[in-house]
Ligand binder design. Structure first.
Ligand code: COA
Length: 154
């Protein structure tokens, strides 16, 4: 992993790129059903796209995002099932939103399953509000909420 971007005394959050795709894919596979998890190739492609960035937490977590102009999007967030409810997801979201705000992003969007109450709760605490929905967005036919947060430079 590359140079440390931030440290909270427990985990270290670092920037990741396509060279970490295999490790990230293995972590992603622990957190999503087979039809929703991303291969190393998909992750490398995502991270290679213009405006994309990824962060990993040394305790076992990852977030991938993309920004275009002043809009950003959380592409995926995953925490090792053995390390959940320790604040890793919150730390990764905070780091990603800080990084995005520093790159000029004013609004961040994401999609989340209507059934994923843990993630919805986390996103609400981070300032995200529901602004729309997508019917049958996921492979199993589940609907998604579209959520948005306004970011504040600095
Ligand atoms: C959603 C996800 C990323 C959250 O990761 P996490 O590291 O567990 O998140 P946090 O620890 O920051 O917060 C989760 C919960 O733990 C609680 N928590 C945080 N630190 C805690 C601590 N020290 N002790 C007890 N609880 C704690 C939070 O308050 C929160 O509570 P809630 O479940 O009642 O809302 C994780 O569950 C995951 O990977 N899920 C599968 C993939 C997924 O759904 N990704 C999102 C798709 S959009």
């Amino acid at each position: 992993m590359s140079e440390s971007d931030s440290e909270d005394g427990v985990g270290t959050i670092t920037a990741v790129d396509g060279s970490h795709a295999k490790v990230l894919a293995a972590l992603h596979a622990t957190s999503f059903p087979p039809e929703e998890c991303w291969s190393a190739n998909v992750i490398a492609l995502q991270l290679g796209a213009p405006g994309a960035f990824g962060l990993a937490d040394s305790r076992g977590g990852m977030i991938l995002c993309r920004s275009t102009g002043d809009e950003g999007e959380v592409l995926t967030l995953a925490v090792d099932p053995m390390r959940r409810r320790e604040g890793i997801g919150t730390d990764l979201m905070n780091a990603a939103m800080t990084h995005a705000a520093g790159s000029g992003v004013a609004r961040m969007f994401l999609e989340v399953s209507v059934e994923n109450t843990t993630a919805i709760g986390l996103y609400r605490r981070m300032g995200f509000e529901t602004v729309g929905g997508r019917r049958r967005y996921y492979a199993d036919g589940t609907d998604a909420l579209v959520m948005r947060a306004d970011l504040h430079p600095g």
